[in-house]
Design a protein around this ligand. Structure first.
Ligand code: NAG
Ligand code: NAG
Ligand code: NAG
Ligand code: NAG
Ligand code: NAG
Ligand code: NAG
Ligand code: NAG
Ligand code: NAG
Ligand code: NAG
Ligand code: NAG
Ligand code: NAG
Ligand code: NAG
Length: 740
């Protein structure tokens, strides 16, 4: 897992031509150039420190730094803008790298040593990361050395010019003869000049994920972190800095996202001179990474995107970068089958007969993928008939499935889906492999595999414990049991759940070790089973992060399926992650969490602009009107899904600022667009404002197939649509076709 990048051999072959001029080094001045962004830094010849010069819109030259009045205690490096701040060396701000040396001392001095530029981008050993070929990405590696402690660092910057994005990570090697401990590792760190900025982040909790919050970056630290062991519902490993006048479609935005599933910390620190330091990386509370002589630590990768076209432009860069150069699933650009999940319909009350009956009803409705949720495993006293037993025992329950999994799944496969011209139904299965109940054979045999610290009580959440996935034997066990089940039946989809956070880690570094183990086993399972459509889930959206989106093409967005709340959650999620990666379902009313009754059309319009759509209800409980609406909704999904999978997404209006939120998707070939417009509350006055579209060809005419009207793109974008709404939670779906 810990090894050094072995690519220096290639470098000599790379000419300025081969990297398309995306990176140039003029002496020790480095210029990284994207289509609409420049990133400049250089080595200060006096201090051999890396100095940030510019990150923003296109520039051509290195210019002198800001004039800062020198005096008092703030002197030296504290008055400079730095790329890789260490501890000591006259900087009072927070470091990106904090090393505890064997003598207990913490000063470090990473001096510039050398650099190399290469076309393409090397993999990060054992970690998810963006990737691309020589035409997509160019990489600069800067080597630094602390000759007092014999510690080396290699900072790696990879620029994806078409996406105005830079991926950064670093490696630390212990070249000395004593152990060192890495206490803090911020994958991205950059110092922006004295600008008035706001910080935008995604805050929430279970069933309330990823609410957009915005606050000014004032003096001191503006920060947030996850301590849950996972990226979590509470904060997401993402922050954006925006100018105070930046909105959805105008103004500058700098977005930062960690490609990681563990605990993290995000900070914007503004010092007395006004400079703003951005730090995004491991949570120092869950670091303390011990590095023996000769060993190398690789930080997770962080991605930064710059946009001069507001948060919307930033989001579209992330969406396109992540679909093309983060995801390595070959399902990412495939449309996804409409599914029915049995959980909200049946809960734990399942068996072969009940499920086959449910699947038959689903097939009649036109559902293509039947997902068997929790409750199918564990035997005898550990049968999974409630949430207090069975997790860890991944063997099919013989009472509930007397013929075993294969013959049961064959019955599902044998069902013909209505209105598909004879397609067979597909089968999907739920797992929660990283967890264990004390009521399980696995726990009785291996209590030491559950996360614990010495004799401290093992804190239960939802009656379960977390397996210590840092242990290779636990990784191998999960690979083996999941593979065995997959190979025992025709399974085409897996929902991989994870329903609690981590407590009682035996050491702070267990979290990162766990993540390396998790990535190893997911890498194994996705590589050996490429036919499977994998969906992540973590009590809803508790691990909606770029780390897992590297392996899996989609993630369940939230356990809250109330359409009013979901609109907010999905729009927040779309700040970074493509709608094509979101799982969104229609559930029954009154909603189980909010008790709201919202029409099936509105529920559908909220769910249809996600990559994976389905029903999460018992079909026999649908009203006649709802049942009658389902085939039309599935037809709409199949019409819209290709656009969502590869098109561009626009947030036209947000529910927190408008009673009439709206979103728009434009197909990849730009010939079609679909608009979803919502009215939250019935309003006597004022009138709904005109809905101005975005991203159309101003001079082309677009046909609205609902009434055959045509208007130019300019009319749609500058005058907008006047829509009529009736009552609370009313919505409209509009298709536009570009006329040739
Ligand atoms: C590098 O940039 C500095 C200003 O930051 C400038 O003084 C110097 O001449 C530049 N060096 C080269 C080789 O371009
Ligand atoms: C971004 O760069 C592309 C390619 O150079 C150009 O066509 C486009 O107009 C630029 N957009 C902005 C907002 O500058
Ligand atoms: C370490 O390197 C710096 C920069 O080259 C140099 O000034 C310093 O004397 C060196 N210190 C030692 C102990 O070699
Ligand atoms: C430090 O160790 C790394 C990893 O073993 C090695 O690649 C690098 O060349 C070493 N650097 C020096 C200056 O010895
Ligand atoms: C299967 O479950 C259904 C619903 O709970 C129940 O009515 C039926 O008796 C069960 N069948 C068997 C064979 O256990
Ligand atoms: C184990 O199962 C028993 C019997 O169902 C139950 O009473 C107990 O609470 C369970 N233990 C845990 C930790 O869930
Ligand atoms: C599949 O369906 C056919 C016709 O309905 C039936 O004859 C056959 O036994 C079924 N096979 C399975 C495995 O259920
Ligand atoms: C997956 O893991 C198993 C068990 O550890 C191992 O035998 C196999 O070689 C691995 N396969 C891949 C593709 O990593
Ligand atoms: C893509 O998926 C198909 C099955 O859907 C699989 O057979 C194929 O091997 C996959 N390709 C790669 C490169 O993983
Ligand atoms: C939702 O509808 C049910 C009946 O279908 C009704 O009992 C309930 O009061 C309604 N809830 C709200 C919040 O309107
Ligand atoms: C999209 O429009 C272009 C011309 O603007 C045309 O060449 C192409 O065939 C169209 N594609 C589809 C799928 O209609
Ligand atoms: C729109 O035009 C098409 C083709 O002429 C026609 O089939 C359709 O009925 C028209 N739709 C409406 C709503 O007028």
């Amino acid at each position: 897992m810990l090894s050094i990048l072995g690519l220096s051999l290639l470098t000599a072959l790379v000419s300025a031509q081969a990297n398309n001029g995306a990176i140039t080094a003029n002496g020790m001045n480095f210029t990284l150039t994207a289509d609409n962004m420049s990133y400049l830094f250089h080595v200060d010849p006096a201090t051999l420190d890396l100095t940030s010069v510019h990150f923003g819109g296109p520039v051509d030259d290195f210019t002198p730094p800001a004039n800062i009045y020198e005096g008092g205690w703030s002197d030296g490096l504290t008055n400079t803008r730095r790329e890789f701040p260490d501890v000591g060396r006259s900087d009072f701000r927070l470091p990106a790298i904090h090393i505890l040396h064997s003598g207990g001392d913490t000063v470090s001095a990473f001096y510039y040593q050398s650099h190399e530029i290469m076309a393409g981008k090397p993999d990060l050993p054992g970690l998810p990361a963006t990737h691309g070929n020589e035409d997509d990405v160019t990489t600069l590696m800067v080597s630094l050395y602390d000759n007092y402690s014999d510690v080396s660092a290699v900072l790696s910057y990879s620029i994806f010019p078409r996406y105005n994005a830079i991926a950064r990570s670093f490696q630390i090697s212990n070249n000395g003869s004593n152990e060192i401990v890495i206490e803090r590792a911020a994958s991205f760190s950059v110092d922006l000049p004295n600008l008035d900025l706001d910080l935008v982040e995604l805050q929430g909790d279970w069933a309330h994920e990823r609410n957009r919050v915005r606050r000014p970056v004032t003096y001191g630290e503006t920060s947030f972190r996850s301590t849950e062991g996972y990226s979590s519902h509470v904060h997401n490993p993402f922050l954006a800095l925006v100018s105070s006048d930046t909105g959805e479609s105008q103004g500058e935005a700098w977005g930062f996202n960690l490609v990681y599933t563990g605990s993290f910390a995000a900070t914007a620190e503004r010092f007395s001179h006004g400079f703003v330091r951005v730090l995004l990386g491991l949570n120092p509370l869950h670091s303390s990474w011990h590095l023996q002589p000769g060993e190398t630590f690789t930080s997770p990768e962080a991605v930064a995107v710059y946009s001069s076209e507001g948060l919307g432009g930033m989001s579209r860069s992330f969406h396109d970068l992540y679909r093309n150069h983060l995801s390595r699933s070959n399902k990412t650009f495939q449309t996804r089958p409409v599914l029915l999940n049995n959980w909200e319909g049946l809960g734990f009350d399942i068996n072969e007969t009940a499920l086959v009956n449910l699947a038959e009803e689903a097939a009649e409705l036109g559902i293509k993928l039947f997902v068997n949720d929790d409750g199918w495993f564990g035997n005898g006293e550990y049968a999974r008939t409630s949430d207090n037993a069975g997790l860890g025992d991944w063997e099919v329950n013989r009472e509930r499935f007397p013929n075993g999994l294969g013959p049961y799944v064959a019955q599902i496969d044998n069902l013909t889906v209505a209105r598909t011209g004879g397609q067979d139904m597909q089968f999907g299965l739920w797992f929660e492999p990283e967890m264990v109940n004390q009521n399980s054979t696995l726990y009785q045999e291996h209590p030491e595999w559950a996360m614990h610290d010495r004799g401290y009580p093992r804190t239960l959440t939802r009656n379960q414990l977390v397996l210590n996935v840092a242990l290779p034997e636990v990784q191998d066990y999960i690979i083996e049991v999941v593979s065995r089940i997959i190979d025992s039946a025709n399974i085409q989809y897996i929902k991989w759940d994870n329903n609690r956070g981590i407590h009682e880690m035996p050491s702070p570094s267990t979290d990162h070790q766990y993540m390396l183990g998790l990535y190893r086993l997911i890498d194994n399972l996705t590589t050996t089973h490429p036919e499977i459509l994998w969906e992540g889930c973590a009590s809803g959206g508790g691990r909606f992060d770029a780390g897992l989106l590297y392996y899996w093409p989609q993630h369940w967005t939230s356990d809250n399926t109330d359409a009013a709340d979901r609109l907010n959650i999905q729009l927040g999620t779309s700040l970074v992650y493509p709608p094509s990666s979101m799982g969104c379902h229609i559930s029954a009313i009154p909603n189980g969490i909010t008790q709201r009754n919202i029409s099936i059309e509105y529920r559908a319009h909220v769910a249809l602009w996600c990559g994976s759509f389905g029903l999460e209800l018992n079909p026999s409980e649908l009203s006649d009107e709802e049942r009658a609406a389902v085939p039309g909704i599935i037809r709409e999904y199949e019409r819209i899904n290709p656009m969502v999978i590869s098109g561009s997404f626009y947030r036209l209006r947000l529910p927190e600022y408008s009673n009439w939120p709206a979103v728009q998707v434009i197909s990849e070939d730009e010939n079609q667009s679909v608009v979803f417009a919502f009215q939250q509350k019935n309003a006597v006055k004022p009138a709904a404002p005109p809905l101005r579209l975005q991203g159309l060809d101003a001079s082309a005419r677009y046909l609205n197939d609902a009434d055959n009207s045509t208007y130019t793109g300019a009319t749609y974008m500058n005058a907008g649509l006047n829509l009529a709404f009736e009552g609370d939670y009313d919505s409209q779906l509009i298709h536009l076709y570009k006329q040739q």
